[in-house]
Design a protein around this ligand. Structure first.
Ligand SMILES: [Fe+2]
Length: 440
């Protein structure tokens, strides 16, 4: 067996418990609302998570019968935005089933998925979806990834709609760490991984590809709110020369003057956290779009790293071997980085020195995804993953860029050198930060 049934069962249960806790954070009347325009209402995600798991593993993988074909289709793709718009706000609500119906479907989907993981032939060599237990791994990682999406959507809801866990306060810290340019000598870099080399990888991680980077230097710490404030105060959002053409149009259209995570009140900046607004913590990594990150880098006469430069800074070593994690082989615990739901907000940059890379670069994994300037594209030899063929292939359009690392809301199971995330350059909601590089 390529998969440990007990480990997979407990991961599925851990996922479900965390998802349930996230849905329970919200009052009932938010269920049919969209926290973010362009995304689905909350009800969709409630049904989508177990619905996807059921469809992928039980129905498509094992060929077992439907629970409710209409609900399976609804929770696979949601409701067409045109149809929803045509129905109007009140009408759109009637396109979705009542909560009890969703809950009954979810309970049955969970029951069947758990039964499959515990007893079915979920690892079938040569089977398009079950070879090396691919569908089982895919559903586990899919739910973990969605939890981060849920969190950044919940982030946008009014504070009074969310209950903070007892005793939680953001760790705002004090002064930012001293920024330093760190030299990284050139060398070979491994991007991606061969299919058989680890129990599971997504299609966009495969196959392994060796590339070379030349010498460069990179910020030892993420760009902090304090550093970004200098850019804001220097008129960064009013200087078209710093922005790419489309990004400048976006700045004008939305009359942007600062990042989405910042709010200005009485002449002072605040950070909009998950549960409260705090006076802008100077030492936190700034969360911005790729457009804003690139403008800041241009202002500093620098650039964003490429995916390969990030990889070399994070996993390369002076001896030439590549590490499993930036800090080495030790497991990804809370001392190494701010990830795995360790916090509802960022923590000060540099607060996990035990997670620094071989070159002494901090927070490459955790405390916010790292933007790269590399467009999201397949590695040579790419083939879509059979259990979720649209996962990556739908986004190879030149308008999505690779992010690496992890945020506070990234599950530890997703932390590996080859994991790639991607977004549009002006999508402002994600927990994404950056650092800059200079070519030697
Ligand atoms: Fe999904």
């Amino acid at each position: 067996m390529a998969i440990d049934r007990d480990a997979a069962l407990s991961w599925y249960q851990r996922n479900r418990a965390r998802s349930r806790a996230l849905f329970d954070m919200l009052p009932g009347d938010v269920y049919y609302q969209k926290p973010i325009d362009l995304r689905h209402p909350v009800v969709f995600y409630d049904g989508h998570l177990p619905g996807f798991s059921f469809n992928t593993l039980v129905k498509n993988g094992l060929g077992r019968p439907s629970i409710d074909a209409r609900l399976e289709a609804l929770f696979a793709r949601g409701i067409d935005p045109h149809e929803s718009q045509a129905a109007g706000d009140a009408g759109a609500r009637n396109l979705w089933p009542p909560r009890e119906t969703v809950r009954a479907f979810v309970a049955e989907a969970d029951r069947q998925v758990l039964d499959a993981i515990a007893h079915a032939e979920i690892d079938q060599p040569g089977h398009p979806l079950l070879d090396r237990a691919e569908a089982a791994f895919a559903i586990l990682e899919h739910e973990a990834m969605h939890q981060e999406t849920l969190l950044y959507m919940w982030h946008r809801l009014p504070f009074e709609m969310k209950r903070a866990p007892a005793g939680y306060r953001p760790e705002t810290g004090a002064a930012p760490p001293v920024q330093r340019d760190t030299h990284v000598p050139g060398g070979p870099v491994t991007l991606g991984v061969d299919a058989g080399a680890r129990p599971f990888s997504w299609d966009n991680e495969r196959p392994a590809l060796t590339t070379f980077v030349t010498d460069f230097s990179i910020d030892r710490h993420n760009v902090t709110n304090a550093a970004f404030l200098e850019f804001v105060e220097a008129g960064g959002y009013r200087n078209p020369r710093l922005w790419r053409a489309k990004d400048w149009v976006w700045v004008g259209e939305h009359r942007l003057e600062h990042p989405l995570f910042w709010e200005r009140q009485d002449g002072r900046y605040f950070w909009r956290g998950m549960f409260e607004a705090v006076l802008l913590p100077p030492g936190w990594p700034v969360y911005v779009t790729l457009a804003e990150a690139a403008a800041f880098a241009a202002w500093r006469g620098r650039r964003l790293p490429t995916e390969a430069q990030y990889q070399r800074a994070a996993y390369g070593t002076p001896g030439g071997e590549e590490r499993r994690f930036p800090w080495g082989d030790a497991c990804a615990d809370e001392s190494r980085g701010v990830f795995d739901f360790a916090s509802w907000d960022p923590r000060p940059a540099g607060s996990t020195p035990a997670g620094a890379s071989a070159w002494g670069v901090h927070d490459l994994v955790g405390n916010g995804w790292e933007w790269t300037r590399t467009p999201f594209a397949p590695f040579p030899g790419f083939t879509p993953i059979p259990s979720y063929p649209e996962y990556s292939a739908d986004f190879f359009d030149g308008d999505h860029f690779v992010m690496k690392g992890a945020s506070p809301a990234t599950a530890r199971e997703l932390i590996r050198p080859t994991f790639r995330n991607w977004f549009r350059p002006r999508y402002p909601y994600v927990y994404a930060t950056f650092r800059t590089v200079a070519d030697a």
